[in-house]
Design a protein around this ligand. Sequence first.
Ligand code: SAH
Length: 261
Amino acid sequence: MDTVRAKKNLGQHFLVDEKIAERIAHSLTGRTKALLEIGPGMGVLTKYLISNGEYDFRAIEIDRESVEYLHNHYPTLNVIEGDFLRLDLNTVFDGKFAVIGNFPYNISSQILFRVFEQRNLIPEVVGMFQKEVAERIAAGPGSKTYGILSVLLSAFYTIEYLFTVPENVFNPPPKVKSAVIRLTRNDVERLGCDEGLFVRVVKTGFNQRRKTLRNALKPLNRSLDTIPDELLSKRAEQLSVTDFVNMTNWIAESPLNQTNT
Ligand code: SAH
């Protein structure tokens, strides 16, 4: 009973359509030769990834039963049993690597935050997400679904929405549609602002996304007096990456408010 309940939290929806598995595998550009698969499960994607030996391949899978299954069916496969969110990404390969997976949907945002943090190690990601999440990540400014991850990731990656996947190709079928997206690292090395502050500005701005930035950015506790009204009167969802970089530079120069506490 316990294992059944525990596994419910692993986001296990196994893909049963071989054509789609193949299509996902072929969505990699092939430019990065080291490849990490997150959550291979029973290996439906894996077999297309290892079939021609193109990649230096590793996988990380948290579910012991799946790991055993993979060991039995693919004895030479390099599977790490563990949690991707706890994996030290610097030790998986010698250098850079691509990431692929039909991701456990309950941790997909956390996976993407890790990608953002390790952007100089991960030149490419091909992933299946809940459709809504995929749309959110691929959205541009002005769209209602544009959010924190869209800004952070599009600062460093080109994001492509590749295709939609219906519920009925999974076992068990999820409640929502899925979609495959590809992130390819762009050539931006530095954003031209304090990047830690940039992340705070983006997160704070979207935290109250209906408010103008003049109000939404109050928690940063800075005097916003010198910042052009043109920026402050907008909402976070209207700002491009460049706008956020400019905003971050304005804020970096703004004095902290005096507090009376
Ligand atoms: N790729 C397979 C399975 C997808 S389901 C397929 O397409 O059929 C998601 C998989 O991720 C499951 O096998 C689940 O056990 C695994 N998983 C869930 N959380 C994980 C984590 N934190 N780290 C690594 N794998 C995880």
